[in-house]
Design a binder for this molecule. Structure first.
Ligand code: FES
Length: 105
């Protein structure tokens, strides 16, 4: 199990980029429920953990593409490739994932 960050690291309604030895991830807090996607935008150099969160979507700040945070599906051009997402495991106040269980929409 890969431990990403304490839940307190990600305020409600926001996302955070988390760097690990296994790669970078974006952790989101939607109403107290946590979600994890790949941090790298599927369109280019954007960091989704630093993007704007609105209505369950994250907007990449490079070209304005959007993704559904829950499913990883691309929802606005120029993005069309989905993101990898992971089911979140909450353990001792930390957001964790099983790295080998990433999936796309
Ligand atoms: S790099 Fe994210 S929308 Fe282009």
């Amino acid at each position: 199990m890969l431990r990403l960050c304490p839940t307190s690291h990600v305020p409600e309604g926001e996302g955070r980029k988390v760097e690990t030895a296994e790669g970078d991830f974006a952790v989101f807090n939607l109403g107290g429920v946590f979600f994890v996607t790949q941090n790298a935008c599927s369109h280019g150099p954007g960091h989704l953990g630093e993007g704007r969160v609105c209505d369950g979507e994250v907007e990449c700040d490079v070209h304005g593409g959007r993704f559904d945070i829950r499913s990883g599906a691309a929802t606005r051009e120029p993005c069309w490739e989905p993101l990898l997402v992971w089911d979140v495991i909450l353990d001792q106040g930390e957001v964790c994932i099983r790295l080998d269980q990433g999936r796309t929409a």
